[in-house]
Design a protein around this ligand. Structure first.
Ligand code: AP5
Ligand code: MG
Length: 188
């Protein structure tokens, strides 16, 4: 099973990913988590991308693609992959198809978490008080949403054309949302 979790900032991708990988024993790739790790370790890449992430724009493809190649190569013997926050534009989607095809694999399902903007705002601002992620503030959230709707959401068509996309109501209790996802994945 090779999954993609799509959804706007704060939709619950990371929260649901943790539950899904535990149940289905998948290798979890969150490009956001990997990029934040680079920033907190102050690597050359981390320093280069801090301003970009904190402004809510996408990190240039070549940085992200290098990480994806390494991750897929290192986890090719896993039960499957869960991509969270990737791909975020058409070039990333094309590369993902190619890397998986090299291993005779393909995406089996795409889960789209649908959450209204006011709930997203509440979640992000509430997390900003607890965790202090530098991109969790009102101004950057507006940019993150704009980038999601202009660059990332159009990529969903790449997968809906193949009949792979399932939309899930992402509002409600975390466990209820997880049940909605499991009921789809159990049929795959
Ligand atoms: P990324 O880390 O992917 O952030 P994001 O897409 O903006 O989404 P979040 O991680 O904030 O939210 P989420 O959907 O994972 O929700 P979560 O479960 O955390 O990307 C950050 C940045 O990195 C990008 O802006 C970009 O600069 C760069 N980047 C990343 N990937 C890239 C790529 N491929 N290419 C280029 N650049 C890239 O939940 C959010 C909060 O809500 C949490 O506090 C959680 O506890 C809470 N919550 C979750 N579910 C519920 C619920 N049901 N009810 C109430 N609260 C809930
Ligand atoms: Mg996340």
């Amino acid at each position: 099973m090779n999954l993609i979790l799509f959804g706007p900032p704060g939709a619950g991708k990371g929260t649901q990913a943790a539950l899904i990988v535990d149940k289905y024993k998948l290798a979890h790739l969150s490009t956001g988590d990997l990029l934040r790790h680079e920033m907190s370790s102050s690597t050359e890449l981390g320093n280069e991308i801090t301003e970009i992430i904190n402004s809510g724009k996408l990190v240039p493809n070549h940085h992200v693609l290098k990480m994806i190649k390494i991750f897929i190569e290192n986890n090719k013997k896993s039960n499957g992959f869960l991509f969270d926050g990737f791909p975020r534009n058409q070039d990333q989607a094309n590369l993902l198809d190619k890397l998986l095809a090299n291993l005779d694999l393909k995406i089996t399902s795409v889960i789209l978490l649908e959450v209204d903007k006011e709930s997203l705002r509440e979640r992000i601002l509430s997390r900003s008080q607890k965790e202090g992620r530098a991109d969790d503030n009102e101004e950057t959230l507006i940019k993150r949403l704009e980038v999601y709707f202009s660059e990332t959401e159009p990529v969903i068509a790449h997968y809906s054309n193949k009949g792979l996309v399932k939309s899930i109501d992402g509002v409600g209790e975390i466990n209820d949302i997880n049940q909605r996802i499991n009921s789809i994945l159990d049929l795959v």
